[in-house]
Design a protein around this ligand. Structure first.
Ligand code: AMP
Length: 449
């Protein structure tokens, strides 16, 4: 199928061409015809699949034919970054049309957003909390609404937005087209979709919980106290040129960024305690190449779109396989090759094995002897204790709590070669790293669930 087969307005096709999209992605091929017919949609789509255009293009087509009449489409999405990114996609795709969009999210002034709502821009992209703030005022009304999109519904659930969504729904016309997107379908989301959708067309492009096939996945077995050093080592040896590095908490994001900055690696940070301006600056600097490393927590990094990203580093193993898939989906987007590297400490093996089962693939552990043992510092220190025994203010945080206060230490200087011979270690070069999977023809693990 080609975009020109969809009967789209010529000005929309020009916008698509300008973006360099040659042909629809699979989700676009399935979703666009049904959405263009005005049907409700229930779509399971993997991250990076092109789902934004899958709902934006049909909205543009629907609105372009009719005279302007206030806000006619509303897209609800969980994070500010996603909202900003979807709004950007709208302005790119609609560049040759008279249609306009605006993003509404917290952390910035309400004034310009109020103006957008008062003037009735055609498409509003909003995070639920800030939209509810506006809905308290009479200028915010959606009586002309024709299309509602719920984007990343499962993430909305994770972030506790379901009650907000229900409150917003009460303020929207019931006669409307609803496009419902979710990477997974946990029971509360399935229930919400049943309430919201009428005879939806079902599209499932995400059920096979698998990162895009082109992504090379590697894992390092590493002691929990040595992760920062290992990362620094990979950066200085040129193994990692640019990467989004995912950590488990805001504090770990800060500590790692400080560790790298002290050693001259320019890096940005993205987490929930950063202001909107700080987040945008971090993203812009990373996208423009000013910084090579972006350290981020999952939620803050949700939906980041950086073209041709080389690496995703899972500095901490995510607790649930879905988060792994989402993280890894940051690289290799829309068909380009990428690489995902995961640092697996002994305490995280269990979680990583669950991920391997979910992706039906065994990711070989690379063992770099320098980093599989605790650092000399860490072995001298008393082991991590329960909060009641800990003399310091910050409570111990699980297995990683013995991690050094990174900035205080220098990276390990290893007089030994990077990898030791005679042990079953593998060099880090991609050529000799094997991952076994369906496509690779290597040994498979039986799905255990
Ligand atoms: P999304 O899943 O919507 O975040 O899109 C992921 C990436 O794919 C974005 O960089 C889009 O610009 C890109 N993209 C979307 N549709 C296409 C297409 N048909 N061809 C090539 N790239 C696309």
């Amino acid at each position: 199928m080609r975009f020109t087969d969809l009967g789209l307005h010529a000005d929309i096709v020009r916008g698509i061409k300008d973006l360099g999209y040659q042909r629809p992605t699979p989700i676009q091929e399935s979703a666009m015809p049904a959405a263009l017919e005005g049907k409700d949609l229930l779509a399971c789509a993997a991250t990076g699949s092109g789902k934004t255009a899958a709902f934006v293009v049909p909205i543009l087509q629907r609105l372009i034919a009719k005279p302007r009449a206030g806000t006619r489409a509303l897209i609800l999405t969980p994070t500010r970054e996603l909202a900003a990114q979807i709004a950007e996609s709208i302005s790119e795709l609609a560049v040759h049309t008279p249609l306009s969009g605006a993003a509404i999210y917290g952390g910035v002034s309400m004034g310009p957003q109020e103006h957008a709502l008062r003037t009735g821009v055609d498409i509003i992209v909003a995070t639920p909390g800030r939209l509810l703030d506006h809905l308290r005022f009479p200028y915010c009304n959606f009586e002309r609404l024709e299309v509602l999109v719920l984007d990343e519904a499962d993430r909305m659930l994770d972030m506790g937005f379901l009650p907000d969504i229900r409150r917003i729904l009460k303020r929207l016309p019931t006669r409307r087209q609803t496009l419902f997107f979710s990477a997974t379908m946990p029971p509360p989301i399935a229930e919400l979709s049943r309430e919201m959708l009428h005879a939806p067309t079902m599209i499932d492009h995400a059920r096979r919980a698998e990162p895009p096939a082109l992504i090379d996945q590697r894992a390092f077995a590493v002691d929990g106290t040595r992760k920062s050093e290992l990362l620094y080592d990979l950066i200085t040896k040129g193994e990692i040129k640019d990467a989004i590095v995912f950590t488990r908490t805001k504090a770990r994001t800060n500590r790692l960024a400080e560790f790298l900055e002290k050693r001259g690696v320019a890096c940005g940070r993205l987490h929930g305690n950063r202001s909107q301006r700080q987040r945008e600056t971090a993203l812009d600097q990373f996208k423009s190449g000013k910084t090579r490393i972006l350290v981020a927590t999952d939620i803050a990094a949700r939906g980041i779109d950086v073209q041709q990203l080389g690496h995703v580093v899972n500095f901490d193993v995510p607790h649930v396989p879905e988060d792994y898939i989402h993280r890894v989906g940051r690289t290799g987007r829309a068909g380009s090759a990428g690489e995902a590297i995961t640092f697996v400490s002994p305490e995280e093996e269990k979680d990583f094995r669950a991920i391997e089962r979910a992706i039906d693939r065994v990711v070989e552990r690379i063992r770099h002897l320098d980093y599989t043992r605790p650092s000399a510092d860490a072995t001298k220190r008393p082991p991590a204790r329960g909060p009641q025994q800990a003399p310091q203010r910050a409570p111990a945080r699980g297995p990683q709590s013995a991690a050094p206060r990174a900035p205080a230490r220098k990276p390990a200087e290893s007089p030994r070669p990077f990898f030791h011979k005679g042990v079953s270690e593998r060099p880090t070069g991609r050529a000799v790293t094997r991952t076994h999977g369906r496509s690779g023809g290597g040994p498979r693990r039986r799905r255990s669930r």
